[in-house]
Design a protein around this ligand. Structure first.
Ligand SMILES: NC(=O)c1ccc[n+]([C@@H]2O[C@H](COP(=O)([O-])OP(=O)(O)OC[C@H]3O[C@@H](n4cnc5c(N)ncnc54)[C@H](OP(=O)(O)O)[C@@H]3O)[C@@H](O)[C@H]2O)c1
Length: 239
């Protein structure tokens, strides 16, 4: 039985990972801002679920909540840093941009830092970052989002190097997801190869549990990754 913390567990990918990991007998510590959703999830999963209401941008509170969940679960084997946001319509443009960076990049880095430190002191564990194909691309309509996933990806590379230098068995996994149907994408236009969240989460669990450094969900997105790496920037800018 693994003890797993999942941020952004109130909907979409995080919620589905929680349900599937719990159905395999693992303990799941679940976080998000929407308390009602967390309570629903707790009543669906039962005693394997532990919940805390949290805005991940509140770092001091996050640290307290992570520690409390670890205490309640009796340890930590895996930290899935999934909380994230896409475009925000309701805020003024710069406020929306900075909020997205705060959640997708800064709060991710804080969670990664916290988990790495815990695993270093406790012999090992796995940190999972919920990345995207956006980590490989830039887009004029989503500059902050694509940059935030570049950050996540690169941060994990640095921490993988750190992991080789410490006396603990720490795996850092980047999940590069293509389009998945969730609240984040339900109004998006022009998507293709869209996966349902159940299939995506089940592929993610296989990739995470085989302790890969990086993998694509669904698998066919590897083709686009290959394309993105081959196409020079001046051509990409015209596409
Ligand atoms: N769907 C896709 O096609 C796709 C593709 C690639 C990568 N991803 C990544 O997958 C992750 C999950 O997205 P999703 O598609 O499942 O979207 P979603 O259904 O909108 O889920 C986003 C989750 O993040 C949480 N969250 C957002 N801001 C937060 C904050 N400040 N503090 C705490 N939790 C926060 C939300 O919880 P609360 O609102 O309750 O706080 C929610 O549980 C994101 O990192 C996203 O970038 C998604």
């Amino acid at each position: 039985m693994k003890k797993i913390i999942i941020t952004g567990a109130t909907s979409g990918i995080g919620r589905e990972l929680a349900l599937q990991y719990a159905s395999k007998g693992n303990k799941v510590g679940l976080l998000g801002r929407r308390t009602e959703r967390l309570k629903e999830l707790k009543s669906e999963i039962g005693e394997l679920a532990f919940i805390r209401t949290l805005d991940v941008t509140e770092h001091d509170k996050a640290e307290r909540m992570y520690k409390e969940l670890i205490e309640e679960m009796g340890g930590l084997d895996m930290m899935i840093l999934n909380a994230g946001m896409g475009r925000i319509q309701m805020l003024p443009p710069w406020r929306a941009e900075s909020k997205l960076i705060e959640v997708n990049a800064l709060a991710f880095a804080h969670g990664c830092h916290f988990a790495f430190d815990y695993f270093k002191k406790n012999g090992g564990g796995q940190v999972v970052g919920m990345s995207s194909m956006a980590a490989l691309l830039a887009h004029h309509r989503a500059a902050a989002y694509t940059a935030s996933k570049h950050f996540l990806s690169n941060y994990l590379v640095g921490f993988r190097q750190k992991a080789r230098r410490v006396d603990a068995d720490i795996t850092l996994t980047e999940v590069r997801a293509g389009y998945i149907l969730t609240e984040m994408t339900e109004k998006a236009k022009g998507m293709f190869w869209v996966a349902d969240v159940e299939k995506a989460a089940s592929q993610m669990i296989k990739g995470i549990d085989s302790k890969k450094n990086i993998f694509y969900v669904t698998k066919r997105w590897r083709l686009i990754a290959w394309f993105a790496k081959c196409v020079p920037e001046f051509i990409w800018n015209r596409i």
